[in-house]
Design a protein around this ligand. Structure first.
Ligand code: FO1
Length: 322
């Protein structure tokens, strides 16, 4: 087990978009002092396997073995299992690559042997050579349910089986009230060494809100000594990836970065906007949130590192002003 130091930076993240910034942060801070808190609201049981998509996307991305084209699963994947399953009439709407399958089989085996998701993730990450700490937001079951006019949908049914087509009317995070936020996360929030809390550019509704729904987390974030800084997942009125702006439209919200900032509300000390959205910076500032305008579209590793540096400098500037 890698010696755990008090984290200087906590990153809240879902899958693809958030994982890019998490990877950038892991390159610019001492990774042993970076704590990445992963959304587990997308987790589900499928084919008898426990699947945790955002934990896996974060692990694979930090290990450099993520599939850049799909935004999930592994690179250089093979699909023998899927083809064989199809031939047997099994469910293939949720695609499991052969290498990715090993993650789900071994995680499921360990969970059945009473290991915690936290412990399993720490061991998998160490084996993948990841120095940053990745923890699930909770070891208790929290499941995102998508409310639609035709009734509630389990998250992966909405996201993958129905390809985000249904109109959303709201989200619920079943189990969140009774769940215990990961003690590693809770402890880090009150650590005097903490310099920054970063809400990565993931989908606010399905990747970040489940974390914020855990007991006392909003309060702990608001009272933490470190600034809470969110990077906008919306640029020029469009989501960098995924259904964020479609959801905003369906929730009758403006499809703008400013609407994301006000969605997080009181929580935020800082908000990072792409230069495309510089014209709305004053609108966000008007609600008492500091704004940094810098490139938030991460195409290269250098982009991820540059954004990570900018966010951490933004946090240090906040401390200087206290
Ligand atoms: N997303 C898809 O759109 N289609 C898939 O077949 C699919 C399979 C899959 C397998 C493992 C995994 O960790 C993620 C997978 N995802 C797939 C993405 C997943 O639904 C999303 O990453 C999250 O749940 C939302 O960020």
């Amino acid at each position: 087990m890698i010696e755990a130091y008090p984290p200087s930076c906590i990153a809240l993240s879902g899958g693809a978009g958030g994982a890019k910034l998490a990877a950038g942060l892991a390159r610019v801070v001492d990774p042993a002092r970076l704590l990445i808190v992963a959304n587990t609201g997308d987790d589900f049981e499928h084919l008898g396997l426990y699947i945790s998509p955002d934990l896996d996307t974060l692990m694979y991305t930090l290990a450099g073995i993520n599939n850049r084209h799909t935004g999930w699963g592994r690179a250089h994947e093979t699909w023998t299992f899927m083809a064989a399953l199809e031939a047997l009439g099994g469910e293939t709407w949720f695609r499991l690559g052969d290498g990715d399958l090993a993650t789900h089989v071994e995680r499921t085996r360990r969970l059945r042997a009473d290991a915690t998701l936290t412990a399993i993730t720490a061991d998998f990450a160490a084996r993948l050579g990841i120095a940053a700490r990745i923890v699930p937001m909770s070891d208790d079951a929290v499941r995102t349910v998508v409310d639609t006019p035709a009734g509630p949908l389990a998250f992966q049914h909405y996201f993958v089986r129905d390809r985000c087509q249904p109109q959303v009317s709201g989200f619920r995070f079943e189990g969140a009230v009774a769940a215990q936020a990961n003690p590693v996360f809770v402890e880090a929030l009150s650590d005097p060494a903490l310099r920054a809390i970063v809400i990565c550019p993931s989908n606010p509704f399905i990747s970040i809100d489940p974390i914020l729904a855990l007991p006392d987390i909003r309060t702990r974030l608001e009272t933490a000594r470190a600034p809470v800084i969110a990077v906008s997942p919306v640029v020029g009125g469009r989501a960098v990836k995924g259904p964020t702006t479609k959801m905003m439209r369906e929730l009758a919200m403006p499809e703008s970065a400013a609407a994301v900032a006000s969605h997080y509300g009181e929580l935020l000390d800082g908000f990072v906007l792409d230069p495309v959205d510089a014209p709305i910076a004053d609108q966000v500032r008007a609600s008492g949130i500091d704004v940094l305008v810098t490139n938030t579209v991460m195409k290269t590793l250098a982009d991820k590192e540059t954004l990570a540096h900018a966010v951490l400098d933004f946090a240090e500037e906040y401390h200087r002003r206290q």
